[in-house]
Design a protein around this ligand. Structure first.
Ligand code: CP
Length: 302
C-alpha cells in the first residue's frame, strides 16, 4: 500500500483492507509510537468535520508527526479564487501525504491524479468516505468477531450518505445480507446497488425501521443530511423519518449493535446511549487506530 492513494474503498483490495484492520489492532494496543517523526501530513478540510479531521490529527500526533492544514477554506487563497489544482500542487510540496475533505464529488480522484504525494479521501460530497468504512469494518469485526455472513440494516439517507455508499461496496466482499431502510426519496442509488447485484447478494428495501431490527446483527443509522437537499421543504418533510428509542432494541440478537458514523441529529434518542448495544462512540474512537494504520501503511512505515 506504500504511496497508494485511498479515494474509493475499492482502490484497496479486500486483502489490503484486512491488512489495515490487522494493523489497527496493533495500534489499539500501543497507540503512542514515534514512527512519524520527520513526516508532515496535510489536513485539508473544505467541508465541516469533527471526527474525521480530529481523529486524523490525533492519529498523527500520537505517532510523533506534524500536521499542517486548514479546517475551512475561507482562510486560504481559495477565497481569492485559487483552483483546487493549484492548491494541491502547492501543498504536495509541503507534505508527505494529503488528507482532504471536499464537497465536490470526484475532487479527491482529481487530486490523486495530479498530486506528487498520496491522497486520502476524507469524504467527497455524497460520493465516498472510505476511511469511515475502514473504521466501520474494524468496529464490526470487534463487535461480531467476524465480517462474514452478517445481516446488516442500514437506515436513513441512503441516497446521499457517502458512508453508506463506501460501506455497502466493502461489505459486498463478505456475503452480507442488506436490509435497506429509507424514505422512498432517499433510496440507495442504482450505481451502488449494482455492486450488490454483481455479487448476487440478498437485499431488501423498507421504509419502516422497526420490522428489520429483530433480524439484524447490526443497525447502521445515518442522519438525513440537510446540506445535500436543494429543496429545504423536502428536507423539512422527511428530516424526522427515523427516531430510534431504547425500547425498540430490547428484543435483539445477542451481538446486536447500533452503529452510526455521527454526527447525529434526531435519529437516535439519547436514551439509547447507555445501552450496551450502542456502539457509536467506541466506533468513533476506533477511527484513531484505523487512521494510524492507514497513514503508517501508505508512508511505508509498517
Ligand atoms: N463520521 C464523520 O465523517 O464525521 P465528521 O463529519 O464529524 O468528520
Amino acid at each position: 500500500m506504500k504511496n497508494k492513494s485511498l479515494v474509493s474503498i475499492n482502490d484497496y483490495t479486500k486483502e489490503e483492507q484486512l491488512r489495515i484492520l490487522e494493523l489497527a489492532k496493533e495500534f489499539e494496543k500501543q497507540p503512542v509510537q514515534t514512527i512519524l517523526q520527520d513526516h508532515v501530513i496535510a489536513s485539508l478540510f473544505f467541508e465541516p468535520s469533527t471526527r474525521t479531521r480530529l481523529s486524523f490529527e490525533s492519529a498523527v500526533n500520537r505517532l510523533g508527526g506534524k500536521v499542517v492544514g486548514f479546517s475551512e477554506a475561507s482562510n486560504t487563497s481559495v477565497k481569492k479564487g485559487e483552483s483546487l489544482r493549484d492548491t494541491i500542487l502547492t501543498i504536495a510540496n509541503y507534505s508527505d501525504l494529503i488528507v482532504m475533505r471536499n464537497p465536490i464529488e470526484g475532487s479527491a480522484r482529481f487530486a490523486s491524479e495530479i498530486s506528487s504525494v498520496p491522497i486520502i479521501n476524507a469524504g467527497d460530497g455524497a460520493n465516498q468516505h472510505p476511511t469511515q468504512t475502514l473504521l466501520d469494518l474494524y468496529s464490526i469485526l470487534k463487535t461480531q468477531g467476524t465480517l462474514d455472513n452478517l445481516e446488516v440494516a442500514m437506515v436513513g439517507d441512503l441516497k446521499y450518505g457517502r458512508t453508506i455508499h463506501s460501506l455497502v461496496i466493502a461489505l459486498c466482499n463478505f456475503n452480507t445480507t442488506f436490509h435497506l431502510v429509507s424514505p422512498v426519496e432517499l433510496k440507495l442509488p442504482s450505481s451502488v446497488k449494482m455492486h450488490i447485484k454483481e455479487k448476487q447478494l440478498a437485499y431488501h428495501q423498507y421504509t419502516d425501521m422497526e420490522e428489520v431490527i429483530p433480524k439484524a446483527d447490526l443497525l447502521y443509522m445515518t442522519r438525513i443530511q440537510r446540506e445535500r437537499f436543494s429543496d429545504p421543504l423536502e428536507y423539512e418533510r422527511i428530516k424526522n423519518a427515523y427516531n430510534l428509542h431504547r425500547d425498540m432494541i430490547g428484543q435483539t440478537k445477542e451481538n446486536f449493535r447500533v452503529l452510526h458514523p455521527l454526527p447525529r441529529v434526531s435519529e437516535i434518542n439519547i436514551n439509547v446511549d447507555d445501552s450496551p448495544k450502542a456502539y457509536y462512540f467506541e466506533q468513533a474512537l476506533n477511527g484513531v487506530f484505523v487512521r494510524q494504520a492507514l497513514i503508517a501503511s501508505i508512508l511505508g512505515l509498517k
